[in-house]
Design a protein. Structure first.
Length: 146
C-alpha cells in the first residue's frame, strides 16, 4: 500500500480483498477513453495497493458504480463520442450515489467556463500530463481528509 494511504477510515464496501496484506485494498475507478492512460493509472495504483477498475465511457462507469463503491474516482473530462461535460456528469452521479468518494477530474484542455464547473464539482481538477507521483500525493491528501 502506498505510504500514507490508509484504509482505516473508509467504509468497508470501498475496499477490495487484499488478503496478502491482511487488509482491504482501496477501490479506485478510472474513467478515460484512452487505453494507455487507463493502463498506466491502473498499473501504477494497483502496485500501490489499490483495486482499480477502468471504464472507457460514461455508460461503463455508471454500470461499475452500480455494482461497487469506490474510495477514489479519476475521470477524464472529455470522453470519445461525447461532449466535454461527460466527465462532469460522472462526477455528479458519484456525488449523488457515493458522496464519500473523492473525485479527481483530468483533462488536456478545458475552456475557462468548463474548468470553473469542474473545480466546483470535483475535489481536484488537474491538467494532463500529471506525473503519477504528483497524482498519488493528491490522492494521499484527499484520503487523509476523509
Amino acid at each position: 500500500m502506498a505510504a500514507g494511504i490508509s484504509a482505516g477510515t473508509l467504509d468497508r464496501s470501498q475496499r477490495g480483498d487484499d488478503s496478502s496484506a491482511g487488509q482491504k485494498a482501496l477501490r479506485m475507478l478510472v474513467v478515460d477513453d484512452e487505453a494507455p492512460i487507463c493502463f498506466a493509472l491502473s498499473s501504477y495504483f494497483t502496485a500501490r495497493g489499490f483495486e482499480v477498475d477502468c471504464a472507457d465511457s460514461a455508460d461503463k462507469a455508471e454500470a461499475l458504480l452500480r455494482d461497487a463503491r469506490y474510495a477514489v474516482l479519476i475521470s477524464d473530462l472529455r470522453l470519445a463520442g461525447s461532449n466535454e461535460m461527460h466527465g462532469l456528469d460522472i462526477v455528479a452521479h458519484v456525488r449523488r450515489s457515493q458522496p464519500e468518494t473523492r473525485c479527481i477530474v483530468l483533462t488536456a484542455y478545458a475552456p475557462p467556463e468548463v474548468e470553473s464547473k469542474a473545480r466546483a464539482i470535483a475535489d481536484v481538477f488537474l491538467y494532463k500530463p500529471v506525473p503519477l507521483e504528483n497524482l498519488a500525493s493528491v490522492i494521499d491528501r484527499l484520503l487523509k481528509e476523509t
